[in-house]
Design a protein around this ligand. Structure first.
Ligand code: PRP
Length: 209
């Protein structure tokens, strides 16, 4: 049995549809219940829904053999897992944003509000820029508007949230997409099953053109 941690929400539903097309269907998952675990014994697969940012924790600790996590989470928490496949969905970018017209003169310590503390620290360390990190848990866009920070480091998908709040991207840090990840010892002991899933999922990955 391969245990799969899927991210709850819209991305997770798309990811499940990929599994389904790849031949790993589990029809019970579509019933409108509050159940969290679904299994197809014949196909040897069991899915469960977890909070997107928790997927890599389940996989790293082996409670799930494989899972789907955003590259943002993998970069931020560096879980000890294998990254097997870029699913080319859930695409967005990690970016620095500030009030429209913001310019970093590079003189004063830059106040950076973010949920992604490690990504932000690494990014500015690579530029030798002094920063003061302000860790927030949501509604990051408020910080520069209220003067809590100079800039934010956050996910930008359509750009609507920034635009509607008179903010704009200053710099892109890294493109983000959903990745299929595996627990390291699961990969060692269930190599054939996991590689087969990767092969079938790869055939479902949509290219950009
Ligand atoms: C993310 C991010 C932005 C928004 C960007 O938040 O923090 O607020 O999406 O999307 P856009 O460019 O399409 O407007 P999310 O909805 O994931 O919720 P969060 O605030 O809990 O992180």
């Amino acid at each position: 049995m391969i245990n799969v941690a899927l991210p709850k929400g819209r991305l997770g539903e798309k990811v499940y549809a990929m599994f389904e097309k790849a031949g790993y269907e589990c029809p019970a998952i579509k019933e409108n219940t509050r159940k969290l675990i679904f299994e197809n014994e014949e196909k040897g697969i069991r899915f469960f829904w977890v909070k997107p940012s928790d997927v890599s924790i389940y996989v790293e600790r082996g409670a799930a053999d494989i899972g789907v996590a955003g590259k943002d989470i993998l970069l931020e928490y560096s879980p000890d897992v294998y990254e097997l496949l870029d699913l080319n969905m859930g695409k967005c970018r990690m970016a620095v944003a500030g009030k429209n017209g913001f310019y970093d003169d590079g003189v004063k310590t830059l106040k950076v509000a973010t949920k992604f503390v490690n990504i932000a620290k690494r990014f500015y360390a690579s530029k030798c820029r002094d920063i003061d990190i302000i860790k927030l848990n949501g509604s990051i866009e408020l910080a520069p508007i209220l003067g809590l920070s100079d800039v934010i480091v956050d996910i930008v998908e359509t750009g609507t949230t920034l635009k509607e709040n008179n903010l704009s991207v200053v710099e892109t840090i890294v493109p983000i997409s959903a990745r299929l990840i595996s627990n390291k010892s699961s990969f060692k002991f269930k190599t054939e099953e996991i590689e087969n899933i990767v092969k079938c999922m790869k055939a479902q990955v949509k290219t950009d053109d």
